[in-house]
Ligand binder design. Structure first.
Ligand code: GRG
Length: 304
Protein backbone atom coordinates (compact mmCIF):
# COMPACT_ATOMS: atom_id res chain seq x y z
CA UNK A 1 0.00 0.00 0.00
CA UNK A 2 1.51 3.37 -0.96
CA UNK A 3 1.43 6.33 1.41
CA UNK A 4 -1.51 7.99 -0.33
CA UNK A 5 -3.63 4.81 -0.02
CA UNK A 6 -2.62 4.47 3.60
CA UNK A 7 -3.62 8.07 4.32
CA UNK A 8 -6.95 7.49 2.60
CA UNK A 9 -7.51 4.33 4.67
CA UNK A 10 -6.58 6.03 7.94
CA UNK A 11 -8.94 8.94 7.18
CA UNK A 12 -11.73 6.52 6.41
CA UNK A 13 -11.17 4.46 9.58
CA UNK A 14 -11.10 7.66 11.63
CA UNK A 15 -14.40 8.81 10.12
CA UNK A 16 -16.04 5.46 11.01
CA UNK A 17 -14.57 5.58 14.49
CA UNK A 18 -15.82 9.14 15.01
CA UNK A 19 -19.33 8.10 13.99
CA UNK A 20 -19.25 5.18 16.44
CA UNK A 21 -17.87 7.37 19.23
CA UNK A 22 -20.59 9.97 18.60
CA UNK A 23 -23.40 7.41 18.55
CA UNK A 24 -22.43 5.27 21.57
CA UNK A 25 -23.29 7.91 24.22
CA UNK A 26 -26.69 8.45 22.57
CA UNK A 27 -27.49 4.74 22.85
CA UNK A 28 -26.53 4.41 26.52
CA UNK A 29 -28.67 5.80 29.39
CA UNK A 30 -27.57 9.17 30.76
CA UNK A 31 -25.50 9.24 33.95
CA UNK A 32 -28.09 11.28 35.83
CA UNK A 33 -30.84 8.73 35.16
CA UNK A 34 -31.49 6.55 38.24
CA UNK A 35 -29.90 4.25 39.23
CA UNK A 36 -27.04 6.66 38.58
CA UNK A 37 -24.23 4.32 39.69
CA UNK A 38 -25.36 1.62 37.23
CA UNK A 39 -25.52 4.04 34.32
CA UNK A 40 -22.22 5.66 35.26
CA UNK A 41 -20.63 2.22 35.37
CA UNK A 42 -22.03 1.28 31.93
CA UNK A 43 -20.84 4.52 30.38
CA UNK A 44 -17.45 4.35 32.12
CA UNK A 45 -16.49 1.19 30.23
CA UNK A 46 -18.45 1.69 27.02
CA UNK A 47 -17.19 5.21 26.35
CA UNK A 48 -13.59 4.58 27.43
CA UNK A 49 -11.18 5.06 24.53
CA UNK A 50 -11.05 1.60 22.95
CA UNK A 51 -9.78 1.00 19.43
CA UNK A 52 -13.31 0.17 18.13
CA UNK A 53 -11.87 -2.56 15.91
CA UNK A 54 -14.98 -4.77 16.01
CA UNK A 55 -17.52 -2.07 15.11
CA UNK A 56 -15.19 -0.93 12.31
CA UNK A 57 -15.23 -4.50 10.92
CA UNK A 58 -19.05 -4.36 10.89
CA UNK A 59 -19.21 -1.03 9.06
CA UNK A 60 -16.42 -1.92 6.59
CA UNK A 61 -18.14 -5.23 5.79
CA UNK A 62 -21.45 -3.52 5.09
CA UNK A 63 -19.73 -0.94 2.86
CA UNK A 64 -17.65 -3.56 1.05
CA UNK A 65 -20.80 -5.53 0.28
CA UNK A 66 -22.51 -2.47 -1.17
CA UNK A 67 -24.52 -0.97 1.72
CA UNK A 68 -24.49 2.60 2.94
CA UNK A 69 -22.57 2.77 6.22
CA UNK A 70 -25.51 4.57 7.87
CA UNK A 71 -27.56 1.44 8.60
CA UNK A 72 -24.48 -0.34 9.98
CA UNK A 73 -23.69 2.22 12.70
CA UNK A 74 -26.21 1.06 15.33
CA UNK A 75 -25.47 -2.67 14.80
CA UNK A 76 -21.77 -1.79 15.12
CA UNK A 77 -22.48 0.04 18.39
CA UNK A 78 -24.35 -3.04 19.66
CA UNK A 79 -21.20 -5.08 19.01
CA UNK A 80 -19.13 -2.57 21.00
CA UNK A 81 -21.60 -2.91 23.89
CA UNK A 82 -21.10 -6.68 23.91
CA UNK A 83 -17.34 -6.18 23.77
CA UNK A 84 -17.43 -3.69 26.68
CA UNK A 85 -19.57 -6.13 28.71
CA UNK A 86 -17.08 -8.92 28.05
CA UNK A 87 -14.16 -6.73 29.17
CA UNK A 88 -15.93 -5.82 32.44
CA UNK A 89 -16.64 -9.49 33.19
CA UNK A 90 -13.18 -10.60 32.10
CA UNK A 91 -11.51 -8.17 34.54
CA UNK A 92 -13.44 -9.35 37.62
CA UNK A 93 -11.45 -11.02 40.41
CA UNK A 94 -13.19 -14.35 39.67
CA UNK A 95 -11.91 -14.16 36.06
CA UNK A 96 -8.65 -12.43 35.13
CA UNK A 97 -8.52 -10.26 38.25
CA UNK A 98 -7.26 -7.24 36.31
CA UNK A 99 -7.13 -3.84 37.97
CA UNK A 100 -6.66 -1.68 34.89
CA UNK A 101 -8.36 -1.54 31.51
CA UNK A 102 -8.10 0.91 28.62
CA UNK A 103 -5.60 2.89 30.66
CA UNK A 104 -8.02 3.42 33.56
CA UNK A 105 -8.91 1.51 36.75
CA UNK A 106 -11.05 -1.53 35.87
CA UNK A 107 -14.81 -1.09 36.22
CA UNK A 108 -15.08 -3.14 39.44
CA UNK A 109 -12.28 -1.13 41.06
CA UNK A 110 -14.33 2.06 40.60
CA UNK A 111 -17.89 0.79 41.03
CA UNK A 112 -17.49 -2.47 42.98
CA UNK A 113 -18.03 -6.01 41.72
CA UNK A 114 -21.78 -5.90 42.31
CA UNK A 115 -22.47 -2.83 40.17
CA UNK A 116 -19.92 -3.74 37.49
CA UNK A 117 -21.48 -7.21 37.03
CA UNK A 118 -24.91 -5.62 36.69
CA UNK A 119 -23.52 -3.00 34.28
CA UNK A 120 -22.15 -5.80 32.06
CA UNK A 121 -25.52 -7.60 32.05
CA UNK A 122 -27.25 -4.31 31.30
CA UNK A 123 -24.90 -3.53 28.39
CA UNK A 124 -25.60 -6.95 26.90
CA UNK A 125 -29.33 -6.43 27.22
CA UNK A 126 -29.06 -2.98 25.68
CA UNK A 127 -27.14 -4.39 22.72
CA UNK A 128 -30.21 -6.47 21.80
CA UNK A 129 -32.49 -3.46 22.25
CA UNK A 130 -30.28 -1.43 19.90
CA UNK A 131 -30.61 -4.14 17.24
CA UNK A 132 -34.38 -4.45 17.52
CA UNK A 133 -34.66 -0.67 17.05
CA UNK A 134 -31.90 -0.25 14.43
CA UNK A 135 -32.93 2.57 12.05
CA UNK A 136 -32.88 2.09 8.28
CA UNK A 137 -33.54 -1.66 8.41
CA UNK A 138 -36.71 -3.72 7.89
CA UNK A 139 -38.02 -5.96 10.68
CA UNK A 140 -36.64 -9.18 9.11
CA UNK A 141 -32.97 -8.09 9.01
CA UNK A 142 -33.28 -6.67 12.52
CA UNK A 143 -34.47 -10.06 13.72
CA UNK A 144 -31.60 -11.71 11.81
CA UNK A 145 -29.13 -9.39 13.60
CA UNK A 146 -30.50 -10.41 16.99
CA UNK A 147 -30.37 -14.10 16.01
CA UNK A 148 -26.77 -13.82 14.88
CA UNK A 149 -25.71 -12.04 18.05
CA UNK A 150 -27.43 -14.53 20.35
CA UNK A 151 -25.76 -17.38 18.46
CA UNK A 152 -22.25 -16.23 19.40
CA UNK A 153 -22.61 -14.90 22.92
CA UNK A 154 -23.76 -17.76 25.07
CA UNK A 155 -22.82 -21.41 25.38
CA UNK A 156 -22.41 -21.56 21.58
CA UNK A 157 -19.64 -18.94 21.61
CA UNK A 158 -17.94 -16.39 23.85
CA UNK A 159 -19.15 -17.76 27.19
CA UNK A 160 -17.98 -21.29 26.29
CA UNK A 161 -14.69 -19.84 25.07
CA UNK A 162 -14.22 -18.13 28.41
CA UNK A 163 -15.02 -21.39 30.26
CA UNK A 164 -12.31 -23.14 28.24
CA UNK A 165 -9.98 -20.24 28.98
CA UNK A 166 -10.58 -20.69 32.73
CA UNK A 167 -9.97 -24.44 32.38
CA UNK A 168 -6.65 -23.77 30.67
CA UNK A 169 -5.55 -21.24 33.31
CA UNK A 170 -2.52 -22.48 35.18
CA UNK A 171 -1.42 -24.73 32.30
CA UNK A 172 1.64 -22.91 31.09
CA UNK A 173 2.18 -24.97 27.95
CA UNK A 174 -1.22 -26.08 26.72
CA UNK A 175 -1.47 -27.75 23.34
CA UNK A 176 -1.72 -25.05 20.61
CA UNK A 177 -4.80 -26.75 19.10
CA UNK A 178 -6.68 -26.45 22.39
CA UNK A 179 -5.68 -22.84 22.67
CA UNK A 180 -6.75 -22.12 19.10
CA UNK A 181 -10.18 -23.68 19.69
CA UNK A 182 -10.61 -21.58 22.81
CA UNK A 183 -9.47 -18.34 21.09
CA UNK A 184 -11.73 -18.95 18.08
CA UNK A 185 -14.70 -19.06 20.47
CA UNK A 186 -13.64 -16.40 22.93
CA UNK A 187 -12.32 -13.75 20.53
CA UNK A 188 -12.88 -15.02 16.98
CA UNK A 189 -16.64 -15.49 17.42
CA UNK A 190 -17.18 -11.77 18.04
CA UNK A 191 -15.16 -10.83 14.94
CA UNK A 192 -17.15 -13.42 12.97
CA UNK A 193 -20.46 -11.91 14.02
CA UNK A 194 -19.21 -8.43 13.06
CA UNK A 195 -18.86 -9.67 9.48
CA UNK A 196 -22.16 -11.57 9.58
CA UNK A 197 -23.97 -8.48 10.83
CA UNK A 198 -22.34 -6.27 8.19
CA UNK A 199 -23.54 -8.75 5.54
CA UNK A 200 -27.08 -8.71 6.96
CA UNK A 201 -27.13 -4.91 6.73
CA UNK A 202 -26.04 -5.23 3.08
CA UNK A 203 -28.57 -8.01 2.43
CA UNK A 204 -25.82 -10.28 1.12
CA UNK A 205 -25.38 -14.04 1.55
CA UNK A 206 -23.64 -16.89 -0.32
CA UNK A 207 -20.01 -16.67 -1.42
CA UNK A 208 -19.31 -13.05 -0.43
CA UNK A 209 -20.69 -13.81 3.05
CA UNK A 210 -18.41 -16.84 3.35
CA UNK A 211 -15.47 -14.68 2.22
CA UNK A 212 -16.02 -11.97 4.84
CA UNK A 213 -16.64 -14.56 7.56
CA UNK A 214 -13.41 -16.39 6.78
CA UNK A 215 -11.66 -13.01 6.78
CA UNK A 216 -13.11 -12.03 10.17
CA UNK A 217 -12.41 -15.38 11.86
CA UNK A 218 -8.78 -15.32 10.73
CA UNK A 219 -8.38 -11.67 11.75
CA UNK A 220 -9.97 -12.36 15.16
CA UNK A 221 -7.60 -15.22 15.85
CA UNK A 222 -4.65 -13.17 14.59
CA UNK A 223 -5.70 -10.37 16.93
CA UNK A 224 -5.78 -12.72 19.94
CA UNK A 225 -2.30 -14.06 19.12
CA UNK A 226 -1.00 -10.48 18.83
CA UNK A 227 -2.78 -9.52 22.07
CA UNK A 228 -0.96 -12.36 23.84
CA UNK A 229 2.33 -11.20 22.35
CA UNK A 230 1.69 -7.61 23.49
CA UNK A 231 0.75 -8.78 26.99
CA UNK A 232 3.99 -10.72 27.05
CA UNK A 233 6.25 -7.77 26.31
CA UNK A 234 4.51 -4.41 26.58
CA UNK A 235 4.62 -2.22 29.67
CA UNK A 236 1.16 -1.70 31.16
CA UNK A 237 1.04 1.87 29.91
CA UNK A 238 1.15 0.89 26.23
CA UNK A 239 -1.16 -2.13 26.50
CA UNK A 240 -3.68 -0.09 28.52
CA UNK A 241 -4.29 -3.04 30.88
CA UNK A 242 -2.32 -4.45 33.77
CA UNK A 243 -0.51 -6.73 31.36
CA UNK A 244 1.21 -8.79 34.01
CA UNK A 245 -2.03 -10.57 34.95
CA UNK A 246 -2.13 -12.58 31.73
CA UNK A 247 1.23 -14.16 32.58
CA UNK A 248 -0.57 -16.71 34.79
CA UNK A 249 -2.76 -17.67 31.88
CA UNK A 250 -2.34 -20.04 29.02
CA UNK A 251 -1.42 -17.89 26.03
CA UNK A 252 -0.14 -18.48 22.51
CA UNK A 253 3.23 -17.29 23.80
CA UNK A 254 3.32 -19.80 26.67
CA UNK A 255 2.06 -22.52 24.34
CA UNK A 256 4.23 -22.07 21.25
CA UNK A 257 6.86 -19.48 22.17
CA UNK A 258 6.97 -15.89 20.94
CA UNK A 259 8.77 -16.56 17.63
CA UNK A 260 6.26 -19.21 16.52
CA UNK A 261 3.39 -17.02 17.76
CA UNK A 262 4.69 -14.14 15.61
CA UNK A 263 4.90 -16.38 12.55
CA UNK A 264 1.41 -17.72 13.27
CA UNK A 265 0.00 -14.16 13.42
CA UNK A 266 1.63 -13.38 10.04
CA UNK A 267 0.09 -16.51 8.52
CA UNK A 268 -3.31 -15.57 9.89
CA UNK A 269 -3.32 -12.02 8.56
CA UNK A 270 -2.31 -13.38 5.15
CA UNK A 271 -5.17 -15.93 5.35
CA UNK A 272 -7.57 -13.12 6.25
CA UNK A 273 -6.53 -10.98 3.29
CA UNK A 274 -6.54 -13.95 0.88
CA UNK A 275 -10.08 -14.85 1.94
CA UNK A 276 -11.30 -11.57 0.44
CA UNK A 277 -10.05 -12.38 -3.09
CA UNK A 278 -13.46 -13.58 -4.39
CA UNK A 279 -14.87 -10.12 -3.65
CA UNK A 280 -12.27 -8.34 -5.78
CA UNK A 281 -11.19 -4.66 -5.53
CA UNK A 282 -14.32 -3.73 -3.52
CA UNK A 283 -12.62 -5.44 -0.57
CA UNK A 284 -9.36 -3.46 -0.82
CA UNK A 285 -10.20 -1.31 2.20
CA UNK A 286 -11.02 -4.36 4.33
CA UNK A 287 -7.76 -5.97 3.32
CA UNK A 288 -5.91 -2.73 4.09
CA UNK A 289 -7.62 -2.57 7.47
CA UNK A 290 -6.49 -6.12 8.36
CA UNK A 291 -2.92 -5.22 7.54
CA UNK A 292 -3.24 -1.94 9.44
CA UNK A 293 -4.49 -3.74 12.59
CA UNK A 294 -1.75 -6.34 12.24
CA UNK A 295 1.03 -3.82 11.70
CA UNK A 296 0.01 -1.41 14.47
CA UNK A 297 -0.38 -4.21 17.04
CA UNK A 298 2.79 -5.93 15.85
CA UNK A 299 4.72 -2.72 16.56
CA UNK A 300 3.73 -3.04 20.25
CA UNK A 301 5.09 -6.60 20.38
CA UNK A 302 8.58 -5.33 19.60
CA UNK A 303 8.78 -2.86 22.47
CA UNK A 304 11.76 -3.21 24.82
C1 GRG B 1 -21.36 -12.51 28.03
C2 GRG B 1 -20.14 -11.04 26.38
C3 GRG B 1 -20.07 -12.02 27.47
C4 GRG B 1 -18.87 -12.44 27.92
C5 GRG B 1 -18.69 -13.39 29.04
C6 GRG B 1 -15.81 -12.74 30.19
C7 GRG B 1 -16.18 -13.45 28.93
C8 GRG B 1 -17.43 -14.23 28.87
C9 GRG B 1 -15.38 -13.41 27.84
C10 GRG B 1 -14.12 -12.64 27.74
C11 GRG B 1 -13.81 -12.35 26.30
C12 GRG B 1 -12.61 -11.47 26.16
C13 GRG B 1 -12.49 -10.26 27.04
C14 GRG B 1 -11.67 -11.75 25.27
C15 GRG B 1 -10.43 -10.94 25.08
C16 GRG B 1 -10.45 -10.35 23.72
C17 GRG B 1 -9.45 -9.25 23.57
C18 GRG B 1 -8.23 -9.54 22.78
C19 GRG B 1 -9.68 -8.03 24.10
C20 GRG B 1 -8.91 -6.81 23.86
O1 GRG B 1 -9.53 -6.16 22.77
P1 GRG B 1 -9.06 -4.75 22.22
O2 GRG B 1 -7.58 -4.66 22.22
O3 GRG B 1 -9.62 -3.77 23.34
O4 GRG B 1 -9.76 -4.49 20.93
P2 GRG B 1 -10.07 -2.25 23.20
O5 GRG B 1 -9.93 -1.72 24.61
O6 GRG B 1 -9.17 -1.52 22.23
O7 GRG B 1 -11.49 -2.29 22.74
Amino acid sequence: MDSRDRLDLERHLLSIRNRIDARLPELCPAEDLPPENLHRSMRYSLLAPGKRIRPIVTVLTAETLGASPDAAIDPACAIEMVHAASLILDDLPVMDNATERRGKPANHIVFGQDISTLAAVSLLNRAYAVLTDAPGLEVAPRLDLVRELTSIIGDGGIVSGQVHDLELTGQIDPCPDQLERMARQKTGALFDVCARMGAIVAGVSGRPLEAVRTFACALGLCFQVLDDLVDGVAPASSAGIDAGEDHQKATFVSSMGSERAKTFSEELVRDAIRALEPIGPAADRMAGFAYYVFESTWRLTSQP
